[in-house]
Design a protein. Structure first.
Length: 1088
C-alpha cells in the first residue's frame, strides 16, 4: 500500500460510466480514474506527481505516487520470484512474536540463523571443494560409462532439491563440560533434473546468492509483519491474513503480555483491511495489467474505508483525504467568534500598483497573481537567471518607473500674498505641464487620506500651500534604461530571454508546435458526431485571428532590423538600446500559436511596434512605445508570459530543479545522521549526569566529559539549523499554501521555501515581508459559500471594472447605511447582518456561510475569487490572525500549525520592513517639521518686503517715463503731421517736468530702498524654496511616488561574474567563478 504522510492512501471509488459512452475522457491507468475535463485530470495528476509518497516495502520517501506504486510492485514481484517458497514458513515462525523489535536487527538475526539452515523442497548447490565428486559425476554418463576427462574449472553448477533433513544434537563431554561437536544437520539431496542422490552436511551445500539476501528478507518482513499492538515497544507479529498460511495463531507469549492492547477493537478493525491487502498481493502475477488491477481492487475497496465511500460523489472522483485543504466544510456551523481583525488592517494593490488599505475603495490590480508568480520565479531561480536578490517593493517601484503615461512628479508650491514676490515666482513656474487639481487630489487621497487637509491647515492668511502635478517627460530619463529606476524590470526581461537561446546558438527553451485544448477536443467530437457545426466556424475565426496579416507586417519590420535576426542578437547578447524588445517580439512570435497567449501578443505588437514603419531609430521607438502605450497590467502580463514559458519548457530550469532535488536528498540524509548523533550525545549526557549525581566526591573528569558533550550537542544543533536553512533555500518546488480558513481564503508566505530568508545586510530590503491572503476558488465558492455559478460569473465581470463595495452592492445587494447597519439582499429577502449598535445577527450567520464571510471581512474587503489578493503587513495583525484561527474550532488545523511553525521567521521579516518603514516615516516627519519651522515666514517679514508710498510714486514715474519714450519713438517713425508734432511737443514737456522734479538725494534713497527690498525678497524666496523641497519630498514619500531617475537596484551578481550588467551584454566565460557550485553549497563538515 502506498503511504501518504505516513498513512495508507485511500483513493475514491470509481464513478459509474456516463450515459453517453462515445465521449473522450482522460484516464489514469494505475488508479482507474477518468475525467471528462482536462482541468480535473491535471489537478489529480498534480497531486499524484507531487513528491510526498512513500513505498511501504522499501521505506523510500519523497516519491511520486506512480514511483511508489511501481516500487512496491517491483519489490513484491521480486520477493515472489526470488525468495524460497519453502523457507517462508520457518522464517515467519521465527519472526512471529520475536524478542527483537527492530526490523533491521531482526533482518540480521534471520540472515545469520537461516544462512546454513535448509528445508525440504529448497533448491541448493554443492560447494566446489568436493572436486573429486564433481569430476566423477561429470565424467560419468547415465549408463555409468566413463567419458573424456573435463577440466575442474569448466564444471557447471548442478542444482539439487533437498529431500530429507536430519538434525543431530551437539556432542557434549559431561566430565569436562565442553562441546565436543556442535549440533549439525545432514541432508538427502537429489538432482533437480536427474536421478542421482547425495548425502551432504550443511557446510557442503549453499543456496543461490540472489535468492537469500538481506534486502529480500527485509522486503519479506515488510510484507508479512505488523506491530502486534499500538503500545510503545510492542513486538512484531505476522499479519492476520498470513496466519493460516503459515499455521500460526495470535496467542501472545507470557513474557509479552504487558504489550498487549487493553481493547481489541484496533486489531479487529484492521483484519478486513489486511486480509484484502494480502489477497491482492497473493494474486499478483508478472503481468503489469494484472498488478494494476490488483492495486485498483485494494485501493478502491469502499467497504474498508467507509469515510472515503461517504465522501465519494457520483459526478466525479472525490478528493483524497490527504488533501484536507480542498475538502468542503459541510458540518454544523460553529459558534461565531467575531470578525477577522487582521483582514480589516490589510492592504491591496490598485490599478496603479499603489498599496492601499482595504478600508479605502478602489479598483484592484487585475494581474496580481501573475505579478506574484513573476516575483517568486525570479527569486527562486535567481542563480539560473543570474539576478541579484531584490525585494518585492523594489520590483513594484521599478515597474512603476516605466509608466511614464501616468507618472507625474508631485510638487508643493508655496503661494505668498506679496505682489512682488508672487510676480517673481510666477515666472519660474511658467512652461510646466501640470495635471488637473481634481485628478491630483483624488490620487493623493486614495493613497494617503488626510494629506490635502494637512496642507490646508498648514497655511495662513499670508501663506498658502498648493499641490501641483508636473507631467513633463524628459527624453534622457527614458533612454537611460541602464541607470534609471526601471533597470530592474528590464534586467528581469533580459534574464528570462537568455534562457531561450544559448551563446552558441542552441535552443534551450523549445515551445511545442501544437496546442490541444479540451474545448477544441469537445468541438471536434461534436463535429464528428454531427451534433454541431458552430464550433467549426469559431475555429476558422480563431485561425484567421492567428494569421492576422497586420501582425505579420509589423513583425517583419522589427525582427530583422538592420539585417540582423533576433535569434542572432539573442545569441550575441545584444540587449541595450531597446534591442531586447526586438528579441521579445521574436519570442512572442514563437509562442503566438498558443491560444492563451495569442490575444495579448497581438495587443502587445500593435501597441509597441510603430505603425509608420520608421526604421531609423526603431529600437528607441520600441522602448518609448513600451513605456507610453502599455499599462502596468500589460507589462506584468508580458513578463509573466516569459516566466510561464520558462517554467514549462526551459531545459536550464529543469536541470536546476533536478540538481536541487539531489541536494535536498543529501541534506535530508545528513540531517538524519545528525539526529542520530544528537540522540547518542543526549543519551551520553544522561548517563554521565546520573553517574555524577551518584558519586559522593566531585569528579573533575566527569565534569570535563559533560562539558564536552554539551559542546557537542550545541555544535550539532547549529549544524542542523544550518542544514535546515539550506534545505529551505534549495527546495524549489511550487509554492504551496499554508492552509485555508473557514471562509475558503488561502494564505501564502513567499519565503516559505526556495528563497533566502535572512538578508545579508540585516534590513528588510529583500523578500516580500508580507503574509498574502487569496480569495476562495470557484469550487470553494460553490461548496462552502453556496454561491451559484451564474452569480460567480457576474461577480468576476463586475469586480474587474469597479471597487469591491460597488460590485458587492450590484451583485449581492450588500449595503451599509449611514448608521453602520450592514444588510444583504433586497425586498422581502433583505437580511440585516450587523445592527446599528455593532451587534451581529448570529442566527443569520449560522444559516449562511456567505453571510458569515460578509461579517468577517466586510463589504469593502470582501475576498471572492482567486484574483482577489490582500497582504497582512503589520506584526500585530499576524498575532491577531493566529489567535483568531486558534479560537475557531472549525478551521483546518493545518493552517494554524503552519503559521505557528513559521511564526518566528515571519515576524522577523515583517518587523525588519516595518521598523525600516517607521524609521523612514519618522525621519520624513522630523525633516518636514524642522524645515517648516526654520523657514517659516511671518507677517513682519512680509511687511519688510512691501513697497512704500514713495516707492510706489517713484515706480509710477519710472513707468510713465518709459511709456513717454516709447510713444515718442513711435511718433518719430510715423509720418510728420501737425497732430503728431503737437503730440511730440506735449510728451517732451511732460518728460522734462518729470525729470526736473527729481533730485539727487531722492534718487539715492530710492536706489537704497530698492536694494534692501530686493535682498529681503531674495531671502524670502530662498526660504520658500527650502520649504517646497522638504514638503515635495514628504508628499512623494507619502503617496508612494517613485523617481524614474533614481537607481534602486543593481545586478551585483552579473557585475561579479562579468563586470557588467545583463542589459549591457554580459556574455562569455565569467571573469570571476562562483565560489562553489550548487551541490557543494551545504557545509563541508559533513564530509569530515
Amino acid at each position: 500500500m502506498v503511504y501518504y504522510k505516513r498513512k495508507p492512501i485511500v483513493l475514491p471509488t470509481p464513478q459509474p460510466l456516463p450515459s453517453n459512452i462515445n465521449v473522450n475522457v482522460w484516464h489514469i491507468y494505475e488508479t482507474g480514474e477518468w475525467f471528462l475535463t482536462y482541468t480535473e485530470y491535471l489537478e489529480r495528476m498534480d497531486f499524484y506527481l507531487s513528491h510526498q509518497f512513500t513505498c511501504e516495502i522499501t521505506g523510500t520517501s519523497f516519491l511520486t505516487f506512480f514511483e511508489a506504486l511501481n516500487s512496491e510492485e517491483t519489490q513484491f514481484r521480486l520477493v515472489e520470484e526470488k525468495f524460497p517458497l519453502k523457507l517462508r514458513e520457518p522464517v515467519a515462525k521465527f519472526m512471529h512474536f520475536n524478542e527483537i523489535k527492530r526490523v533491521d536487527l531482526l533482518v540480521e538475526r534471520v540472515y545469520a540463523r537461516f544462512k546454513t539452515d535448509f528445508y525440504p523442497g529448497e533448491r541448493v548447490y554443492v560447494r566446489r571443494k568436493n572436486e573429486k565428486l564433481y569430476v566423477a559425476q561429470a565424467n560419468t554418463d547415465e549408463t555409468g560409462e566413463q567419458l573424456a576427462p573435463m577440466p575442474a574449472g569448466a564444471i557447471p553448477h548442478v542444482s539439487y532439491i533437498v529431500k530429507e533433513k536430519a538434525s543431530f544434537n551437539a556432542v557434549v563431554d559431561l566430565t569436562a563440560s565442553e562441546v565436543v561437536k556442535p549440533a549439525f544437520s545432514k541432508y538427502m539431496i537429489t538432482e533437480e533434473f536427474g536421478v542421482k542422490s547425495l548425502m551432504v552436511e550443511e557446510n557442503d551445500i549453499f543456496r543461490d546468492r540472489s535468492t537469500f539476501t538481506k534486502h529480500l528478507i527485509k522486503c519479506f518482513c515488510k510484507i508479512t509483519l505488523r506491530r502486534a499492538s499500538s503500545k510503545l515497544g510492542a513486538p512484531l507479529c505476522v499479519r492476520d491474513e498470513y496466519l493460516p498460511m503459515y499455521g500460526l495463531t495470535l496467542d501472545w507469549p507470557t513474557s509479552m503480555q504487558k504489550y498487549r492492547d487493553d481493547f481489541n477493537e484496533l486489531r479487529q478493525g484492521q483484519v478486513g483491511h489486511n486480509q484484502e491487502q494480502s489477497n491482492n498481493r497473493a494474486n499478483e502475477t508478472t503481468s503489469r495489467n494484472a498488478q494494476a488491477q490488483t492495486s485498483k481492487r485494494s485501493f478502491f475497496d469502499g467497504e474498508k474505508n467507509p469515510e472515503a465511500k461517504k465522501k465519494s460523489k457520483n459526478s466525479g472522483p472525490s478528493p483524497s483525504p490527504s488533501q484536507p485543504n480542498e475538502e468542503p466544510i459541510d458540518h454544523l456551523p460553529p459558534p461565531y467568534i467575531g470578525p477577522n481583525r487582521a483582514l480589516e488592517n490589510a492592504f491591496y494593490y490598485n490599478e496603479h500598483l499603489e498599496s492601499v488599505p482595504v478600508c479605502h475603495s478602489g479598483v484592484r490590480f487585475a494581474h496580481m497573481y501573475k505579478l506574484l508568480e513573476v516575483y517568486q520565479f525570479c527569486q527562486t531561480f535567481s542563480k539560473v537567471l543570474v539576478l541579484a536578490p531584490f525585494g518585492w517593493d523594489t520590483l513594484i517601484k521599478s515597474i512603476k518607473c516605466s509608466d511614464f503615461k501616468n507618472a507625474f512628479n508631485v510638487t508643493v508650491h508655496v503661494d505668498v500674498h506679496h505682489p512682488l514676490l508672487a510676480a517673481r515666482r510666477k515666472k519660474e513656474n511658467e512652461g510646466a505641464d501640470y495635471v488637473s487639481s481634481s485628478v491630483l487630489e483624488h490620487r493623493i487621497e486614495r493613497v494617503s487620506p488626510g494629506l490635502c487637509k494637512y496642507f490646508e491647515d498648514l497655511g495662513s492668511q499670508s501663506v498658502s500651500y498648493k499641490l501641483l502635478g508636473n507631467q513633463t517627460l524628459l527624453a534622457d530619463v527614458i533612454d537611460s534604461t541602464d541607470t534609471a529606476g526601471a533597470s530592474l524590470m528590464v534586467e528581469c526581461f533580459i534574464a528570462l530571454e537568455r534562457l531561450f537561446i544559448a551563446e552558441n546558438g542552441d535552443w534551450r527553451c523549445l515551445v511545442m508546435d501544437k496546442w490541444y485544448d479540451e474545448d477544441e477536443l469537445t468541438a471536434k467530437t461534436n463535429r464528428e458526431t454531427g451534433d454541431s457545426v458552430k464550433p467549426k466556424e469559431n475555429g476558422n475565426k480563431d485561425e484567421d485571428d492567428l494569421h492576422d496579416p497586420e501582425i505579420f507586417d509589423l513583425l517583419e519590420r522589427c525582427l530583422n532590423f538592420r539585417k540582423v535576426s533576433w535569434t542572432e542578437r539573442l545569441s550575441k547578447r545584444q540587449f541595450k538600446n531597446g534591442f531586447w524588445i526586438i528579441i521579445l517580439l521574436g519570442i512572442y512570435q514563437d509562442c503566438m500559436h498558443l491560444p492563451m497567449y495569442t490575444p495579448f501578443v497581438h495587443k502587445f505588437i500593435k501597441a509597441v511596434v510603430p505603425a509608420d514603419g520608421s526604421a531609423t531609430h526603431l529600437n528607441k521607438a520600441l522602448w518609448r512605445n513600451f513605456c507610453q502605450n502599455l499599462s502596468l497590467e500589460d507589462k506584468v502580463y508580458a513578463l509573466w508570459i516569459l516566466v510561464d514559458m520558462a517554467s514549462n519548457f526551459s531545459q536550464d530550469i529543469k536541470n536546476f530543479i533536478e540538481d536541487t532535488l539531489d541536494v535536498c536528498t543529501q541534506i535530508r540524509s545528513e540531517k538524519l545522521k545528525l539526529s542520530k548523533r544528537l540522540k547518542t550525545a543526549l543519551s551520553s549526557v544522561g548517563q554521565l549526569s546520573s553517574t555524577n549525581i551518584a558519586s559522593v566526591a566531585p569528579n573533575n573528569e566527569l565534569s570535563v566529559k559533560l562539558d564536552h558533550q554539551h559542546d557537542l550537542i550545541d555544535r550539532i544543533n547549529r549544524d542542523r539549523d544550518y542544514l535546515t536553512q539550506k534545505l529551505i533555500e534549495n527546495d524549489v518546488r511550487r509554492l504551496k499554501s499554508l492552509g485555508t480558513d473557514r471562509n475558503g481564503n488561502k494564505y501564502y508566505w513567499q519565503e516559505l521555501s526556495g528563497v533566502q530568508r535572512d538578508s545579508p545586510n540585516g534590513n528588510g530590503d529583500l523578500g516580500s515581508n508580507r503574509l498574502w491572503v487569496r480569495g476562495p476558488s470557484k469550487k470553494h465558492m460553490e461548496d462552502i459559500l453556496k454561491i451559484p455559478q451564474e452569480t460567480i460569473k457576474h461577480w468576476k465581470q463586475m469586480v474587474d471594472k469597479m471597487p469591491i463595495e460597488q460590485a458587492a452592492l450590484q451583485v449581492f445587494k450588500v449595503e451599509r447605511d449611514k448608521d453602520n447597519v450592514l444588510t444583504c439582499g433586497e425586498g422581502q429577502e433583505k437580511t440585516t447582518l450587523v445592527y446599528a449598535d455593532c451587534t451581529v445577527n448570529e442566527s443569520a450567520i449560522k444559516s449562511s456561510a456567505f453571510y458569515r464571510k460578509l461579517v468577517d471581512e466586510r463589504s469593502n474587503a470582501l475576498l471572492l475569487g482567486e484574483n482577489s489578493w490582500v497582504s497582512i503587513e503589520r506584526p500585530q495583525d499576524v498575532e491577531e490572525l493566529i489567535g483568531w484561527l486558534s479560537a475557531d474550532m472549525s478551521v483546518d488545523p493545518t493552517l494554524v500549525k503552519q503559521l505557528r511553525a513559521i511564526k518566528k521567521s515571519l515576524l522577523e521579516s515583517i518587523n525588519k520592513r516595518w521598523i525600516d518603514l517607521v524609521n523612514a516615516r519618522s525621519t520624513e516627519d522630523d525633516t518636514v517639521q524642522k524645515q517648516v519651522i526654520d523657514c517659516a515666514i511671518s507677517e513682519e517679514d512680509l511687511q519688510l518686503g512691501q513697497v512704500t508710498e514713495v516707492d510706489e510714486n517713484a515706480a509710477g514715474d519710472e513707468e510713465e517715463l518709459e511709456r513717454i519714450a516709447h510713444e515718442i519713438m513711435e511718433l518719430d517713425d510715423s509720418s510728420k503731421t501737425r497732430v503728431s508734432l503737437n503730440r511730440i511737443r506735449e510728451l517732451e514737456e511732460r518728460r522734462d517736468y518729470l525729470l526736473n522734479a527729481r533730485t539727487f538725494n531722492d534718487h539715492a534713497i530710492r536706489i537704497n530702498s530698492r536694494n534692501q527690498r530686493k535682498k529681503k525678497l531674495d531671502d524670502l524666496e530662498t526660504r520658500l524654496n527650502e520649504q517646497e523641497v522638504a514638503l515635495t519630498s514628504y508628499v512623494n514619500f507619502k503617496i508612494q511616488n517613485v523617481n524614474p531617475e533614481k537607481v534602486m537596484w543593481m545586478n551585483e551578481v552579473a557585475y561579479q561574474l562579468w563586470k557588467t550588467s545583463l542589459y549591457l551584454g554580459a556574455s562569455g566565460k565569467p571573469i570571476t567563478q562562483k565560489k562553489c557550485p550548487l551541490k557543494q553549497e551545504w557545509p563541508r563538515f559533513l564530509t569530515a
